[in-house]
Write a protein that binds this ligand. Structure first.
Ligand code: CDP
Length: 218
């Protein structure tokens, strides 16, 4: 099988942008696994399912007609015929997604779908558990980190278009809560065995992409 590049990192580490750019540079496919958790969340809410009903949500998750478009220049997310790329970024989804991410049956189903894509190779996959669970045998495994300060500023810029005190305050709660929720899925204090750490706190986007590309060439 072809090359697999696995990239993990916390919220605001810049992993989505970096992973897309790396995939485009190497003419590989690109898979955003966070978008898959978001799409399942969107779909279950659309059906009026109470996500706290773990048993029901876990039973329904495997039935979602999820279609991921893997072109890094134009990644798409469809559920059935519906383009959900914009809808899955809404804050109501960001708030609810942890309930799907911590649902073991839903996770097992999404991990299986992700492993099938990894098995075909020629792909950059990004998420929280890619270097450890989805593609532990990937040729290149990267943990992309950034200081809490940096991650906060990047998120504020993304959500509010600026990094003034109001934007930072509004972002701080969201980032802290999601980090706490995500800590059951992955801890990023240290990388797993054989995983290279790239700390992007003091790097531009271009520098971060170059650092990952260097690991691929190594
Ligand atoms: O918005 P952000 O880039 O931080 O997150 P995302 O990559 O869109 O992922 C959304 C949520 O999905 C995360 O907060 C995790 O709870 C969950 N997730 C996961 O559990 N495992 C993955 N491989 C990817 C995402």
């Amino acid at each position: 099988a072809g090359l697999v590049v696995a990239i993990d990192g916390p919220s605001g580490s810049g992993k989505s942008t970096v992973a897309r750019r790396v995939a485009a540079a190497l003419a590989l496919r690109y898979l955003d696994t966070g978008a898959m958790y978001r799409a399942v969340t969107w779909w279950l809410l659309e059906q009026g399912i109470d996500l706290r009903d773990t048993e029901l949500a876990g039973r329904l998750a495997p039935e979602i007609p999820l279609h991921m478009g893997l072109d890094p220049d134009e990644p798409t997310v469809r559920v059935g015929e519906t383009d959900v790329a914009a809808a899955i970024r809404e804050s109501r989804i960001s708030t609810a997604v942890s309930l799907v991410a911590t649902n073991l049956a839903a996770r097992a189903d999404l991990v299986a779908r992700q492993k099938a894509i990894a098995a075909d190779g020629d792909v950059v996959i990004e998420g929280r558990d890619i270097t450890t669970v989805v593609a532990p045998d990937a040729a290149v495994r990267v943990l992309l980190t950034a200081s809490e300060e940096t991650r906060l500023a990047r998120r504020a810029q993304e959500l509010y278009g600026n990094v003034d005190a109001t934007a930072l305050d509004a972002t701080r709660d969201q980032v802290a809560r999601r980090d706490a929720d995500d800590s059951t899925v992955a801890r990023f204090q240290e990388a797993a065995e054989g995983v290279d750490v790239v700390d992007s706190s003091r790097m531009t986007l271009d520098e971060t992409v170059s650092a990952v590309l260097e690991l691929v060439e190594k």
